[in-house]
Design a protein around this ligand. Structure first.
Ligand code: PEP
Ligand code: MN
Length: 356
């Protein structure tokens, strides 16, 4: 455990010379100091614990927070109002409920477009879909890779929905970031630290899925890799952890949702599809997640789940998705929140819910 340190948070308007003067002041007191950035907010990390007599000509920090060093920039105290993450036209963390829905994997142009139009019709913030799939077995469908990415790009062009897609390899980050509106780090890669550094530098929003064998603390420490690279556009995603329970695919840790919201200023997403693995549990778990404070949901939807090349058993049919969205609207109304919808989305030819 690193020694305690203090984070001094300054206003974004503070000048570079003033930050240097602060660092000189700390070094004159034999204290270590390091300048970090939370987006455009400067944060000086120092070993100096005592209250400092700030000279008149130096700006005072807006907050000074003592921490243990593993988790710095994601701490709630640094940005009590919370971070808003912008994905295309969608805002996540603004008090609304943002739903990202789509197939587990991009399988073909027609499949992707049909699902995209169907979910758009029911009001979503973005389209999910994996081009690069991290599969347990090397013999399972591995995704259409770069071709899948081209199909995502084309589907965004025809529907207007922003794209969230997974990146699995540091060498792919630049290419995937050229197309995707947001990058997803899958559960199996949450502690792939080179990948986290790369996505931190890629200039795209990131959805960081909790490792299914990782603690809340480890999840926050993983987010630090992205934040420390200068990217404050990070969404934490609870997608279930491994427990002794076998009735569901994983165990959704609902307390982690509330805990992450309390400990971090980053928006929190919940994946009721990968966590439960059961279409019938998606609605109640999605509602519980929103009631616990989740800002966003990630839901697997397929027009023909029985034909899906990946995770079809957990995907909602379009008619089921429509029902989930209806219930979410009702709950959100009661909570004084809105379900965020990307406007001007072209839903022509969307498959009608009843026939899907
Ligand atoms: C996914 O969302 O497609 C996925 C693979 O999820 P996870 O990494 O949570 O298993
Ligand atoms: Mn999946």
């Amino acid at each position: 455990m690193p020694a305690s340190e203090t984070l001094h948070v300054f206003q974004s308007t503070v000048q570079p010379a003033e930050l240097s003067a602060w660092q000189s002041l700390l070094s004159a007191r034999q204290a270590t100091s390091e300048l970090l950035w939370l987006g455009t907010t400067p944060v000086i990390v120092t070993s100096e614990m005592a209250a400092i007599n700030v000279p008149r000509n130096l700006p005072r920090p807006v907050a000074s927070v003592v921490c243990d060093g593993n988790v710095r920039l994601s701490r709630r105290e640094l940005r009590p109002e919370g971070t808003i993450v912008t994905i295309g036209p969608a805002k996540i963390g603004d008090g609304g409920v943002a739903v990202f829905a789509g197939p587990c994997a991009v399988e073909s142009g027609p499949q992707l477009e049909a699902v995209a139009r169907a979910v758009a019709e029911h009001g979503v913030a973005g389209l999910r879909g994996g081009a690069f799939k991290p599969r347990t077995s090397p013999y399972a469908f591995q995704g259409l890779r770069w071709t899948g990415l081209e199909l995502l790009e084309e589907t965004r062009r025809v529907t207007g929905l922003p794209i969230l897609t997974e990146v699995v390899d540091p060498r792919h980050v630049e290419g995937v970031a050229e197309v995707a509106d947001a990058l997803q780090i899958g559960t199996r890669n949450m502690q792939n630290f080179e990948l986290l550094r790369e996505v931190g530098a890629a200039g795209r929003p990131v959805v960081l899925k909790r490792g299914f064998g990782c603690t809340v603390e480890e999840t926050l420490a993983a987010a630090e890799y992205i934040l420390a690279a200068g990217n404050d556009q990070v969404i934490l995603c609870e997608r279930g952890i491994r427990t002794f329970e076998r009735a569901t695919r994983f165990t959704l840790d609902i307390s982690a949702v509330a805990l992450l919201k309390q400990r971090s200023h980053l928006p929190v997403m919940v994946d009721p599809s990968h966590s439960t693995g059961l279409p019938k549990l998606v609605e109640p778990v999605a509602l519980a997640a929103v009631a616990a404070g989740a800002d966003a949901l990630l839901i697997d939807v397929h027009t023909q789940p029985g034909e899906a090349l990946c995770d079809g058993a957990q995907a909602l049919r379009v008619s089921q998705f429509r029902e989930v969205m209806g219930s979410l609207e009702m709950l959100s109304l009661g909570l004084g929140r809105n379900v965020s919808v990307v406007m001007n989305v072209d839903v022509r030819d969307a498959p009608v819910a009843q026939s899907a």
